[in-house]
Design a protein around this ligand. Structure first.
Ligand SMILES: Cc1cc2nc3c(=O)[nH]c(=O)nc-3n(C[C@H](O)[C@H](O)[C@H](O)COP(=O)(O)O)c2cc1C
Length: 215
């Protein structure tokens, strides 16, 4: 089977990104882009981002997770620390986050170092989740092989019984990662493949160097 996609072509014409509209701190620009994406009906799940890490097997792997918070310090997502990605990130904390908002012809690529979020912050977020999600975090040994769907459903049912009308604690193997960025690239599609790419790089004095990259 084959399918030729060489005619798939789109001209990007929606917006531009010029140095004159770049604040000193990239988190400010991230916030401005994110808020716009969040309100735009052409963007579904604006906080869905791809996390790429180098696995214990030496291969890079990317998967989508949800950004749950950003601050001046960085970007926070939650996962199972014993999952494939959890183990990979704990062994090599240099990771990449990326967003692609097709409706806005925008991409953001963040390189940074991940660290486990403080336990009290993970507790606070876990507490805010619906019971079903809390139990899901207990029920799923994320990334391990399971014999069948039935096994998962049975595990969830037995946890529902165990925790019926009881407080569900945060599993010790589940929590947040804070990704402290050292480089953030903003990509805005432009006509004729002459896209705008502005990269911020963190300097030793904690200021950010701003450079334009060729498309
Ligand atoms: C839209 C979307 C949101 C997701 N959000 C999360 C998330 O916040 N945390 C998470 O651990 N997995 C999330 N997942 C599942 C991951 O993509 C992935 O399947 C899972 O984390 C296991 O990855 P791993 O085996 O590489 O560790 C999400 C998937 C999708 C498609």
């Amino acid at each position: 089977m084959s399918k030729d996609l060489s005619n798939y072509r789109k001209s990007y014409e929606k917006q531009e990104l010029l140095e004159t509209s770049c604040p000193e701190n990239p988190i400010e620009l991230f916030q401005s882009w994110f808020l716009t994406a969040d309100e735009d009906e052409r963007v579904d799940e604006s906080n869905a981002m791809t996390v790429s890490s180098i696995g214990l097997d030496g291969y890079p792997k990317s998967r989508v997770v949800l950004l749950k918070k950003y601050t001046w310090e960085g970007f926070i997502f939650y996962t199972n620390y014993e999952s494939e990605k959890g183990k990979a990130i704990l062994a090599n904390n240099k990771i990449c986050l990326s967003f692609f908002w097709s409706g806005l012809e925008q991409q953001i690529i963040i390189k940074g170092e991940a660290e486990k979020l403080a336990e009290n912050l993970s507790d606070g977020y876990f507490e805010s989740r619906p019971d079903g999600s809390k139990l899901g975090a207990w029920a799923s040994k994320q990334s391990s092989v399971v014999a069948s769907r039935e096994v998962l459903d049975k595990e969830l049912a037995s946890l529902q019984e165990k925790y019926h009308q009881k407080e569900i604690p945060r599993p010790p193997h589940w929590g947040g990662f804070l990704v402290r960025p050292f480089s953030i690239e903003f990509w805005q599609g432009r006509p004729n493949r002459m896209h705008d790419r502005i990269r911020y790089t963190l300097q030793k004095d904690f200021s950010w160097k701003i450079e334009r990259l060729a498309p």
